[in-house]
Design a protein around this ligand. Structure first.
Ligand SMILES: NC(=O)c1ccc[n+]([C@@H]2O[C@H](COP(=O)([O-])OP(=O)(O)OC[C@H]3O[C@@H](n4cnc5c(N)ncnc54)[C@H](OP(=O)(O)O)[C@@H]3O)[C@@H](O)[C@H]2O)c1
Length: 252
């Protein structure tokens, strides 16, 4: 990947930040789209000025997205890593309208808007990497919009792979990762504390994602045991939900 040019979202925190550091170490030229550029401003001091460009872009703002291409340092794009994402661990009725719209706009709708805007600039074999979630594969009481948006995102990525066969399209379906995501999803941190033991390390996951890009994998599912369990669950989902309802309400 050395010398290639990647666009990244979500690079100011958590998994995206770990991915950004890894790309910079490998001498990839990265353009970050960030609503809070100051969060990674110090990184610009540790790398060559040409290696890291930060564009102010709130992914909820269509004007910001439309203005991205006019600010690119290099219009040759070898890859896009869409690591921005959000969600709220609360009941359907507790979500307010802004939270519902934000979840779908960040997790799926504006990914598509950004992809369309960048499309003319992608190289023929560009990598398009999206961070999905294992939450997409199971009923998510008290996180329904998050799970639904990630299920839609995975469908969109699968269709994109078929519509653009020359691209490398990879979806990363991850279980809980130890990142600031949880402070926002559930400020009580009840879920995060309960599942701390099984949370993935963002740096290790970032390493696997970079390896996945190099090997042109089409999916990364982690942790593997969770993915296998969810395959069995999908053989009789409604029955298992009736027998073990507490398992599907663990974000309450
Ligand atoms: N953590 C988990 O347990 C987990 C599990 C499964 C899947 N995922 C997925 O993994 C991906 C990375 O999440 P993470 O855990 O690294 O979460 P995180 O630490 O909360 O990072 C989320 C990133 O998205 C950015 N973002 C959110 N709204 C934005 C907006 N309107 N405009 C621009 N950027 C925006 C944030 O920017 P700011 O820094 O400005 O807030 C931040 O850089 C997400 O897609 C998430 O859904 C996470």
């Amino acid at each position: 990947m050395k010398g290639q040019h990647y666009i990244m979202t979500g690079a100011t925190s958590g998994l995206g930040l770990a991915l950004l550091k890894s790309l910079l170490q490998q001498h990839v030229q990265v353009t970050v789209l960030a609503r809070n550029p100051q969060k990674i401003a110090q990184l610009t001091h540790s790398v060559n000025a040409k290696q890291l460009t930060i564009i102010q872009c709130d992914l909820l703002n269509l004007d910001d997205i439309n203005n991205v291409t006019s600010q690119l340092p290099n219009t040759h794009i070898d890859g896009l890593i869409y690591s921005s994402g959000t969600g709220y661990f609360k009941s359907l009725q507790a979500h307010n309208t802004d939270e519902i719209l934000e979840t779908y706009q960040i997790n799926i709708v504006n990914f598509n808007v950004l992809f369309k805007i960048l499309l003319p600039y992608f190289t023929n074999e560009a990598s398009i990497v999206g961070i999905g979630s294992q939450a997409a594969f199971t009923t998510q009481a008290y996180a329904a919009h998050y799970g639904a948006s990630k299920a839609a995102f995975i469908q969109l990525m699968n269709a994109l792979r078929l519509e653009h066969p020359s691209f490398h399209v990879m979806t990363v379906n991850t279980g809980p990762v130890n990142t600031p995501f949880h402070n926002h999803a559930d400020p009580t941190l009840k879920y995060a504390k309960k599942y701390q033991r099984i949370m993935l390390d963002p740096t290790r996951l970032a390493h696997d994602i970079i390896e996945g890009i190099n090997k042109r994998k089409i999916e990364i599912n982690q942790p593997k045991w969770m993915h296998v369990m969810l395959k069995f669950y999908n053989l009789a989902p409604r029955t298992l939900e009736r027998l073990f309802p507490f398992v599907f309400k663990n974000k309450k």
